[in-house]
Write a protein that binds this ligand. Sequence first.
Ligand code: OVM
Length: 406
Amino acid sequence: MNLFQGHKAIKIPQNTLAWDIDPYSKDVLLNPEKFFNALREKGPFVYLSKYKMLACGRFKETKEVFSDHKRFVSSRGVGIQDFKLEAPWRPPSLVLEVDPPQHTKNRRFLAQALSPNKIAKLKDFFKECADQLISELLQKKEIDGISDLAEMFPTKVFPEAVGLKKIDKDTLLGYGAMVFNALGPDNEFRNDAMAKGLSVLEKINKQCLEENIDAKGLAKEIYQRTADSSEKEHLAGMLVRSLLSAGIDTTVSAIGNLLWCFSENPEQFHLVKNDKLLVGNAVEESLRLTSPVKAFCRTSTKEAEVSGVVIEEGTKILCVLGSANTDPEMWENPYKYDVTRRTIGHLALGVGVHNCVGQTLARAEIAALTSSLTERVQNIKPRGKAIWKPNNAMRSLESLPIILET
Ligand code: OVM
């Protein structure tokens, strides 16, 4: 078989345009709107000549592919590499990179540990931490929204809530960079993230062991609930690894992107300040507009037809969530950050059986921080240019120079 970047090099389907763009390039990241518009213009799917795979970015097809876990599986990897044809860089995740029925069984342990009633008990803790951090930052006034705020909050509250005793901020951020960049091709972003890898992996694997889990946190429950399972150590350790993989970079990016939305749209920040009931929707709207997880792949297990396009077996499909979330067929004035918009149905947290299992936790963290900001800060003003950080699967900022005015 003709392999390319770890997957089958497919032929151009009929009625489908070939496009020579590199969706993993810095150019696309710096100008995502132009990329999204062209992607949707070109049809339900495009053939990416550079990667010999498909991409979709209209709301309808992106949702259809994501919702159909039987025809479009995750077990062959959600990046560009096909795990059926090439060994992945780490043992596959027992939730992200498996299909039902195993997925259903494994996911249940995480869903129970992260259930809404468990998260509700953390709300006060998140709010106290948010208030404390914002008060500290108000002393400085001129801050970097990323290194001073977005990176600080989840790396503090998440390990405490989950009960991770042996982990530091740089390890968590370094591992996140590896996990998400690994989903892309063999490019400089992937290589840079992997270069720092070995020492990070060692610490991550240690942190997954039961002896390094606090008796009071959410992760302990994963160990308790899996106790009857024949391979308890492996299962629980791997599920804790999923928390470490999916719990940090995602929320750091979401918070950074939300600050960017507020700083670019002061009138929207003031709407939320004047009506606390808008906090939740302001968070959702920033997820929709900026889609921190910008794309995941699926792989077709057999020949499939979607919107008249015949997709051959073994096709990698790059599902561009950020594009689906700004499809004008679905969203009016899609690039406007509008905290009063009806945001329900956005795909930033996925859809279907793999939808984000940590979403209640993520939302609680971000909402606590947003409440704190709206209560304590009068204005969030840019004091320099926002700088985006290249990443093969995330849309996030490297730096966001802002002033917090009291
Ligand atoms: C995992 C995982 C889950 C969700 C997202 C993610 C790629 C990883 O289970 O390792 O990031």
